[in-house]
Design a protein around this ligand. Sequence first.
Ligand SMILES: *[C@@H]1O[C@H](CO)[C@@H](O)[C@H](O)[C@H]1NC(C)=O
Ligand SMILES: *[C@@H]1O[C@H](CO)[C@@H](O)[C@H](O)[C@H]1NC(C)=O
Ligand SMILES: *[C@@H]1O[C@H](CO)[C@@H](O)[C@H](O)[C@H]1NC(C)=O
Ligand SMILES: *[C@@H]1O[C@H](CO)[C@@H](O)[C@H](O)[C@H]1NC(C)=O
Length: 408
Amino acid sequence: MDLRNSTFIHTIFIFLCIGSAHNKRRKIKRFGNNDLSDASSYTNLDSKQLITTNGYPLETHPVVTEDGYIVTLFRIPRRGPPVLLVHGIGDSSDSWLILGPLDSLAFNLYDVGFDVWLYNARGNKYSKEHTMSLPRKQYWNFSYEEMGSRDLPATIDYILLNTSQSKLSYVGFSQGTTIFFVMASMRPEYNSKINHAVLLAPVAWVSHLKSPFIDALTQNLKQLAFLADQLGLYELFPHSPLLNLYHANVCNKTSPARVLCDTEYYITYGLRDLNNLLPSKIPAIASHIPAGTSTKNFVHFLQGYVSKEFQRYNYYGIDENDVVYGSSKPPIYDISSVSSPISLFVSESDWYSRIEDVKTLKSKLPNIVNYIVLNKTLEFTHLEYIYGARVKHLINDPIVSLLIYINK
Ligand SMILES: *[C@@H]1O[C@H](CO)[C@@H](O)[C@H](O)[C@H]1NC(C)=O
Ligand SMILES: *[C@@H]1O[C@H](CO)[C@@H](O)[C@H](O)[C@H]1NC(C)=O
Ligand SMILES: *[C@@H]1O[C@H](CO)[C@@H](O)[C@H](O)[C@H]1NC(C)=O
Ligand SMILES: *[C@@H]1O[C@H](CO)[C@@H](O)[C@H](O)[C@H]1NC(C)=O
């Protein structure tokens, strides 16, 4: 079938479905009616509390990867098709819960009958354990590559075993898309275990990435990576209660220092109007990020800006690439092996998932079913896919409809 034609039909279908899914959901009775979704009650809650406070059931599943990392999955369990939600860089499963039952995707999917599983990348605040006690330098020796090639396969196998299913649906945001591409290209046998992947703000090629710091950071990337290593700075953006408290305060609507919050979010994400995040939720959102990642991961992303390629980590030591890869240059990820059916959501106002870069990705992905572009006039920025005031209508409802259709 002509791809463009089927894409078109699917897209129409999704939008037609929004209305009916919307009505269906209203009738669903939740466990509790204690909707504690005002901001102050969320600022200090972790994923488990965010789930149970809202009256949903919770399970916690530690999953051991083949290289001994222990990643934590949270689950809102029910009999139904499994769906795995995969967060962005420096974030955690909190991101799928923080807006509460009405607006967060995890709850929206559970409410229509999905068995919802939430991933936490190695190194974030929920996934810091390892089966052995490794020296820090060794523990933090990972980037998005290992999340894709090791965490995700272990996670998917675990879920399919536990649920006795042969496939699951995948939803990833930002880094959650990057690691999907890594898994599906390095471990192509996993493509058949995904019935559909919804990829929000896809990040693979990043040569058009826009950020005030990007040139400064990448001009001397090798030296920076070396310096961080010498200083023992293996972890970046760690979860810090103090920093989170600061954010909860300056990002409070009534704070006299609110301009600090506005500026930080504009500089970091290009967000022009903080009210595009749910205003009442801003302190809660700001108090949950960052949740930590490795320095190597950050460097790996920045390398893509320099090389203009979506490729494996570039080692800086003499002959180190040769030792690890058997070639002086890092190999390029083979995107043409990513055969799972995919829906891409892209925004023309996103600084991190630039439309120009997504075009490169799109030209190489073999199985795009839907390609949804959020028009520039919406000014829909990166963080809004998860934390935005318009997320329910623009993102969650279409995903819910699509996944209901796929899992019928
Ligand atoms: C915001 O500040 C007001 C006044 O200082 C305070 O009452 C409120 O609890 C704060 N909200 C949060 C979420 O911290
Ligand atoms: C990090 O991993 C790479 C690739 O597996 C390996 O070559 C290198 O020696 C490791 N470095 C450390 C410090 O463990
Ligand atoms: C799946 O996990 C739940 C919760 O830990 C457990 O009770 C159940 O037995 C598991 N099912 C299988 C088939 O392993
Ligand atoms: C974006 O929206 C504006 C205003 O609604 C419209 O004029 C424009 O044609 C749209 N662009 C695309 C590419 O659809």
